[in-house]
Design a protein around this ligand. Structure first.
Ligand SMILES: Nc1nc2c(ncn2[C@@H]2O[C@H](COP(=O)(O)OP(=O)(O)OP(=O)(O)O)[C@@H](O)[C@H]2O)c(=O)[nH]1
Ligand SMILES: [Mg+2]
Length: 368
């Protein structure tokens, strides 16, 4: 019997970081852990990053777990077949919701003899929560993206408030208490995936109850789809060559994300997550992220040193039109090329909007 741990949560909340840190912590406790990444596109920054830290990694691409349910099951089966795995942690697409009905219940009902499905865990970035909340406090009508964010909290068995290092301790306590009061079916834990603070609390919650297992949660699919349709989604690869002898790939990446972040702030476009890897191979690459318009890039990993050539992968999820995102990334790359003496050639811009969510299964709660 294996354990399957489903993670969800808004774009950039820290699902991949949490999944990796939790996998390493569980491995230290003797568990054999694999992870699964998931995206609407292909060429995933997340997969590249986790492969650099963990051996057993699979991905489900081209759609979310609910719409690619059989791909998810296949990925789990393939990982477990190696006999080197007793625990699988999977990260859903950050714009996905209704996972209780479309993934957790179907896994429990159809595959319950092969796996124990842990509580559905929604990873939350406190600053994102507070940003959506400010709009509510101002009395603005709830946006579709804010609705989607709230649905992700509503369906959580565990609300995992990550990045506690980014807010003051008293605000963190206030936020955790508030979430406990507003979402009584969920266990609420606060931690920091990068620093590891209180990570054991999260691992403990995975052994606890699934408070929403028997609760029927209504989801307005038109609003959910409208929220997803506000996002432009871009996955692009670029080949970079130094004009002189070498260039600094990490600095080039920072420059791309700085431009993109400034553009989003100037145009009032919400950045869900813009992330980038650049480097020469599987062991030598930089990875940087931006999770808010106007925010500086977070350097999650640096490349080894100056290089003559490199390959970059850009994954950007921004609330704007796809053509605008294509242009913005192109402009950011051009500016970075000029600043760092690089010639780049990219695959054709490929921004798109996720399609209407059409889950393979949608099961009612038992007894509902
Ligand atoms: N300060 C801080 N940053 C964090 C923490 N956890 C994650 N981050 C950063 O947040 C950014 C996004 O993290 P990811 O783990 O990629 O987020 P995600 O939810 O997987 O993002 P998507 O898959 O794109 O939805 C990265 O730059 C991480 O380094 C944390 O505990 N503290
Ligand atoms: Mg991720």
């Amino acid at each position: 019997m294996i354990t399957f741990i489903p993670l969800t949560g808004f774009l950039g909340a820290g699902k991949t970081t949490t999944m990796t840190a939790a996998a390493l912590a569980l491995q230290e406790r003797g568990r054999k852990v694999a992870v699964i990444t998931n995206d609407q596109g292909v060429e995933l920054v997340d997969t590249k990053l986790v492969r650099s830290k963990l051996d057993a990694v699979a991905e489900v691409t081209g759609g979310c777990f609910c719409c690619k349910f059989e791909d998810l099951v296949e990925a789990i089966v393939a990982l477990v077949a190696s006999d080197q795995v007793d625990t699988v942690i999977a990260e859903a697409v950050g714009s996905c919701t209704d996972l209780q009905a479309t993934v957790v219940r179907p896994l429990r009902r159809y595959y319950g003899e092969q796996m124990v499905v842990a509580p559905l865990t929604t990873v939350v970035d406190p600053l994102r929560f507070l940003a959506f909340d400010r709009a509510v406090q101002r009395g603005e009508p709830e946006s579709d993206l804010s609705y989607l964010f709230r649905q992700q909290l509503t369906e959580a068995d565990v609300i995992a408030v990550n990045k506690l290092d980014t807010i003051k301790a008293d605000r963190a306590t206030e936020l955790l208490d508030r979430l406990r009061a507003e979402y009584p079916n969920a266990a609420v834990v606060g931690y920091s995936a990068t620093g590891g603070d209180h990570l054991p609390d999260l691992l403990g919650a995975w052994g606890g109850p699934s408070g929403n297992e028997a609760v029927e949660l209504g989801v307005d699919y038109d609003r959910y789809a409208a929220a997803e349709a506000q996002l432009a989604w871009m996955n692009q690869e670029l080949d970079l060559v130094a004009v002189g002898e070498t260039f600094d790939a990490t600095a080039w990446a920072r420059s791309v994300l700085e431009h993109l972040s400034a553009w989003a702030e100037a145009t009032g476009s919400l950045i869900g997550h813009a992330k980038l890897t650049v480097g020469t191979g599987e062991d030598d690459f930089a990875k940087l992220s931006v999770t808010g318009a106007g925010e500086p890039p977070s350097p999650d990993r640096a490349a080894d040193g100056p290089t003559a050539a490199a390959r970059a992968v850009v994954n950007a999820r921004v609330a704007c039109e796809p053509a605008a995102l294509d242009r913005a990334v192109q402009d950011a790359v051009t500016a970075a090329d000029q600043a760092h003496d690089v010639t780049s050639s990219a695959t054709t811009p490929v921004s798109f909007k996720p399609g209407y969510p059409r889950p393979v299964h949608r099961l009612a709660a038992a007894g509902a």
